[in-house]
Design a protein around this ligand. Structure first.
Ligand code: HAM
Length: 436
């Protein structure tokens, strides 16, 4: 049998675990700074929770099986449907807006590629019960602050956002037929990854004229360079009004983001019509965060999903959120030298000079006292020379060794050695332990 983990699954040896824990701790600190509170749900859910709303891509990647009770169940591939289900179940009792976060481990049977595994830990931050665009601004700033807290700057990362409603407005402005919208989304999703000619050819085969494709590209460029410049001109007064509202909301979004970040919003958050998002439930502003060098997959993605709560059987509450995975983020932080948590250190190693039973009991007594005083302590289960015990203390990254003297019972003395500096002092045990 192989000693390796399954493809796409990770073993977290202590060093990797320390890295993961450092990221999670930073996520928790920033989430609390923003007033989000932590929740969790089950790792196994009914398969239909995902088949109903998540969209084809994720459903094709489900780890799903029939349990012993004959139910079709799936390991959670994302947290949003669980969150929607949990909030829907207690919607009336929960104070609004709900501001929750969670760090679940998720499972997707993905094709192996850099930055994509078959399990990952994903910070999820969501707000339920707020329709105003101020909540959208709050969320993207929270995601960016998560990354700033880990040491990344505006030179390392950028958030790109779009809004399906504005995209639809643009398509209506150019009189693109509705049944071609889905094909346009798919082309835009790959916009930066394929030559423009190839995108144009795909649009034409989806039913657009070459002039419509050009007009769409011109809008994509205008939005990317000026951060706006779109107007509502669909030929339908109702659509124009809705489009103008969506455009005004984006203007406010950019303003609030700048205010919260204390920097021009364009330094961190750029409008990019190619941000489409694969999941089926998004309804408004959506965003993804990327490394600026463009070497890695998205670090984070999310947006507004106003219809999902009602679809999960709850009241019709607006909602929005994002997911930030640990895989790409860990790569980026390692790459920038920002991840050096190291292993935890021990406060004391208790060693014994003598190999008699009395010394062994004295070591255990002292270790117990120190641990009850809140110190981290180790000692050797079997006696070996003092030199070897001190070597073991260094290997265990102890800060100090406390050496119980051979005649400990008679003198009640211990030698305390600082293992970083080599300084040592022999002191009375009872007075030392009172201040240890
Ligand atoms: P998502 O875009 O599928 O969104 O995932 C969010 C992030 O999770 C990605 O940007 C990436 O960092 C990470 N991620 C996703 N799949 C993998 C994978 N196979 N391996 C490593 N990392 C991965 C969602 O899941 C939404 N439910 C997020 C959300 C929360 N929307 C609203 N609230």
């Amino acid at each position: 049998m192989s000693t390796g983990a399954l493809p796409g699954f990770r073993d977290f040896y202590p060093l990797e675990f320390a890295e993961r824990a450092a990221i999670a701790q930073s996520w928790r600190d920033v989430a609390h700074r923003y007033g989000f509170i932590e929740y969790d749900g089950p790792p196994l859910e009914p398969t239909e929770l995902y088949t109903k709303k998540s969209g084809e891509e994720i459903v094709g990647q489900l780890y799903t099986f029939t349990d012993k009770g004959g139910r079709s169940v799936a390991l959670r591939p994302e947290m949003t449907p669980t969150l929607a289900r949990m909030v829907a179940a207690r919607a009336n009792a929960l104070p609004k807006p709900v501001r929750w976060f969670s760090i679940p481990q998720l499972f997707r049977y993905e094709r192996q590629q850099r930055g994509r595994l078959r399990e990952h830990f994903q910070l999820n931050v969501d707000i339920v019960g707020e329709a105003d665009v101020r909540a959208d601004a709050e969320l993207v700033c929270c995601a960016l602050d998560m990354l700033r807290a880990l040491g990344l700057s505006g030179e390392d990362i950028v958030a790109r956002f779009s809004d399906r409603r504005v995209l639809n407005l643009i398509l209506m402005n150019h009189r693109v037929p509705r049944d071609a919208f889905a094909s346009v989304y798919a082309v835009l999703d790959k916009f930066h990854r394929q030559p423009r000619d190839a995108s144009a050819a795909k649009l034409v085969s989806a039913g657009l004229t070459a002039a419509q494709a050009d007009a769409l590209f011109a809008d994509v460029d205008r939005v990317a360079t000026s951060g706006g410049g779109i107007t509502a001109d669909t030929g339908d007064a109702g659509e124009d009004r809705a489009g103008a509202e969506a455009l005004a909301a984006i203007g406010r979004y950019q303003e609030y983001v700048g205010a919260l970040l204390g920097a021009p919003s364009r330094d961190w958050v750029q409008w990019d019509l190619s941000i489409v998002r694969g999941l089926a439930y998004y309804t408004g502003i959506v965003f993804e965060i990327f490394d600026r060098r463009g070497q890695l997959r998205a670090i984070c993605g999310g947006g507004r999903y106003d219809g999902l709560l009602a679809a999960a059987g709850g009241p019709d509450l607006p909602a929005l959120g994002f997911g930030m995975g640990d895989v790409v983020l860990t790569e980026l932080l390692r790459d920038r030298g920002l991840l050096q948590p190291g292993l935890p250190r021990l406060d004391y190693w208790v060693a014994a000079e003598g190999d008699d039973a009395e010394s062994a009991t004295a070591v255990n007594t002292l270790a117990g006292q120190l641990r009850r005083a809140g110190k981290s302590v180790e000692y050797a289960f079997r006696w070996s020379s003092l030199g070897r015990q001190l070597k073991a203390a260094s290997t265990a990254r102890a800060r100090r060794a406390v050496i119980v003297k051979r005649d400990a019972a008679a003198t009640s003395m211990v030698t305390v050695k600082d293992l970083d500096t080599g300084d040592e002092n022999t002191v009375r045990l009872d007075s030392w332990i009172a201040q240890a």
